[in-house]
Design a binder for this molecule. Structure first.
Ligand SMILES: Cc1ncc(COP(=O)(O)O)c(C=O)c1O
Length: 371
């Protein structure tokens, strides 16, 4: 095993920074126009480019992923009950509560790790207004069943796609266009970032225009209309996004290369069930599931000694969810772990991490790689 301990901590995510010259070009434009916010040229340009890159009908840029979720809920007048997953980041449930609605937690499917349609069906009540699945690690699943359920019960279907940025070639076709809306996060830790930022993907021009007005104090045609909020992206963030978009394909290819290196180097455990690999179709994460929490903690500790910091995504379950009610999510949350995956690490880092895992896990057994 590599005995040299890293001087600089290797974190689970590390932001992709734009090329300085490319960024400077956009910043020069801002200095020339002195237009800093309120739907400036760069926000408009980023919106147009992302709509094309992601191949989605309509996209509204927002201040962050959480405000994109809140926007979707407000857009569809959601204020009673929303069925969602307990296996997600705190923002999902908090966005629901922020608009005055109640999150109702349904269990996840053990294979997809996403909201299980059958469990959702069991939780539908007269107060249910929406279903809010999360594209965990960029995965999308059960879209057809969830769409059918939403249609049958006249519910809105709003996806938390904070982790699912990527061109259609990486996803199943409907990944970002299933249901009524999908919220994306462009936070610094995400595969594509605008420092802070997000977007809401929508299906109709009517929803798009209403969303544009809601993020700008409810103004319509320059005049106050309904009650809105301030959830606008600014020009500096858009400049960062435009510059990052220029190298996003290279970023994805590099993440794919690291993912393949992880898979190759962990493949020799393939006869055991000590841990299994979980697919992240857009290469946003490198997730594992250990056989139990003890094994996870052992590996986590061994990596920390090497100055490497993986992360338990998502642990604990969402506040307010009752673990007894949600056996699959509880088990998955206890055993799930993401290894570092980003553009600021090398294949040698992958080798060191895999060696560390091997030393921590062996002499137990091998594990079965399932990807
Ligand atoms: C699943 C999920 N939902 C929502 C969010 C919130 O996004 P943001 O940090 O951009 O508000 C995140 C990001 O951390 C996330 O991972």
């Amino acid at each position: 095993m590599n005995s040299k301990i890293r001087e600089k901590a290797l974190l689970v995510q590390s932001p992709s920074l734009p090329d300085r010259e490319v960024l400077n070009g956009y910043i020069d434009e801002i200095y020339k126009s002195r237009w800093l916010t309120n739907n400036g040229h760069l926000v408009q340009e980023l919106e147009k480019k992302l709509t094309g890159y992601l191949d989605v009908p309509y996209l509204v840029l927002t201040a962050n992923g959480t405000s994109a979720l809140q926007l979707a809920l407000k857009l569809f007048n959601i204020d009673k009950e929303v069925i969602t997953t307990p296996f997600t980041f705190a923002a999902t449930g908090q966005a629901i509560e922020w608009v005055g609605a109640k999150p109702v937690f349904a269990d996840i499917d053990k294979r997809s790790l996403c909201l299980c349609p059958k469990q959702v069906s069991n939780k539908i009540s007269p107060h249910t207004q929406a279903i809010l699945p999360v594209n965990v690690y960029g995965r999308t699943a059960h879209n057809t069943e969830l769409e059918e359920l939403a249609r049958r019960h006249n519910l809105k279907l709003i996806y938390d796609g904070a982790q699912s940025f990527g061109p259609p070639s990486l996803h199943q076709k409907t990944a970002l266009t299933s249901g009524d809306a999908t919220a994306l996060s462009f936070h610094a830790t995400k595969i594509f970032n605008t420092v802070e930022g997000g977007a809401l993907i929508l299906k109709s021009e009517e929803d798009y225009l209403k969303a544009q007005s809601l993020i700008n104090f409810g103004y319509q045609d320059g005049k106050p209309g309904h009650v809105g909020t301030n959830a606008k992206m600014n020009e500096i963030e858009a400049a960062f996004g435009l510059a990052n978009l220029e190298h996003i394909n290279k970023e994805i290819v590099y993440r794919k290369l690291l993912t393949e290196a992880y898979k190759d180097q962990l493949a020799d455990f393939s006869n055991s069930n000590l841990l299994k690999l979980t697919k992240s179709p857009n290469y946003a994460y490198f997730p594992l599931q250990f056989i139990d929490e003890q094994m996870l903690l052992k590996v986590d500790q061994a990596l920390k000694v090497q100055n490497v910091f993986g992360r338990r995504y998502f642990y604990p379950l969402q506040p307010g969810s009752v673990a007894d009610d949600l056996p699959v999510a509880s088990r998955v949350a206890r055993n799930s772990y993401c290894l570092p995956l980003h553009c600021n690490m090398t294949k040698d880092d992958v080798t060191m991490i895999c060696d560390t895992i091997r030393t921590a896990v062996l002499p137990a057994h091998a594990y079965r790689a399932q990807c």
